[in-house]
Design a protein around this ligand. Structure first.
Ligand SMILES: Nc1ncnc2c1ncn2[C@@H]1O[C@H](COP(=O)(O)OP(=O)(O)O)[C@@H](O)[C@H]1O
Ligand SMILES: [Mg+2]
Length: 243
């Protein structure tokens, strides 16, 4: 369980996040939605330890990690798939996978990657930055699958990708979910993530304005209020929770 309590954070003298409370129960998937500039990336970075908290607490299974440096939080089980992917663009796919693992069990890892994403296996010797956006995102998500972090946060997985590719990426999200990981998935455009999410938070100008279940967003009015009407949520996609 990941818990954020009364969190304030920002940059220099600009406070971006105000009094944020958020919970990701063990094995559950939380969608964090919000317009561009709402503070979504800042929140993930504060949880990962890349941006300091000005006040408040961050707990993993009840233990405060708010004063730990990022590498200890990573070792303690928080994995961030960052905006812009966080892969080594100038290294081959094979070397990227080796870096994710710090060299451990590369053979076994490559076998697992082959099962999840056959297309990556065909590109092991390709320089990662020369792959398509979707293939690069697959590689980024592979890191979350390969490291055994119980908490996985992903920032804008679907940005710039064609719908069919977004579906492939979310298949990997479903695998993480099926493994019982706790997931915090940030998206600006909501429709795909709401099919996997148990709970939804809407961040508006740095404050949490809505907490609930995906079905509660089905009428679209909250989208219009907080997300500029950018997402259409067909009834069928949300009423049943997930596919
Ligand atoms: N490194 C930074 N330094 C100063 N301000 C920043 C920095 N990163 C983000 N911001 C500001 O923080 C606010 C929230 O940004 P961000 O967390 O990236 O929002 P989102 O991910 O929801 O689009 C914006 O006003 C943005 O300009
Ligand atoms: Mg962002």
């Amino acid at each position: 369980m990941l818990e954020v309590r009364n969190l304030h954070a920002g940059y220099q003298n600009l406070e971006v996040l105000h009094r944020v409370d958020l919970k990701v129960p063990s094995g559950r998937t939380v969608a964090l939605l919000g317009a561009n500039g709402a503070g979504k990336t800042t929140l993930l970075n504060v949880i990962a330890g890349l941006v300091p908290a000005a006040a408040g607490d961050i707990l993993v299974d009840g233990r405060s990690v708010v004063s730990e440096p990022a590498h200890l939080r990573a070792r303690g089980g928080i994995c961030l798939v960052p905006e812009g992917r966080g892969i080594f663009r100038h290294l081959t796919v094979r070397k990227n996978i080796a870096m994710f693992l710090s060299g451990r069990n590369l053979g076994a890892a490559l076998e697992r990657v082959g099962r999840w994403f056959p297309r990556l296996t065909e590109r092991l010797e390709q320089v990662a930055g020369t792959m398509s956006g979707g293939e690069q995102q697959m590689l980024a998500v592979c890191r979350a699958l390969l490291v055994d972090a119980p908490i996985v946060m992903a920032d804008e997985l679907s940005v710039g990708l064609a719908p069919v590719v977004v579906d492939e990426i979310f298949d990997a999200v479903e695998m993480l979910r099926a493994e019982g990981r706790s997931l915090l998935i940030v998206e600006q455009y909501a429709d795909r993530v709401l099919r996997v999410a148990d709970y939804v938070y809407i961040l508006h100008k740095g404050a949490i304005e809505f907490v609930g279940e995906p079905a509660q967003l089905a009428d679209g009015s909250l989208f219009h209020r907080y997300l500029g009407g950018s997402a259409d949520v067909p009834q069928s996609e949300t009423a049943g929770g997930r596919r």
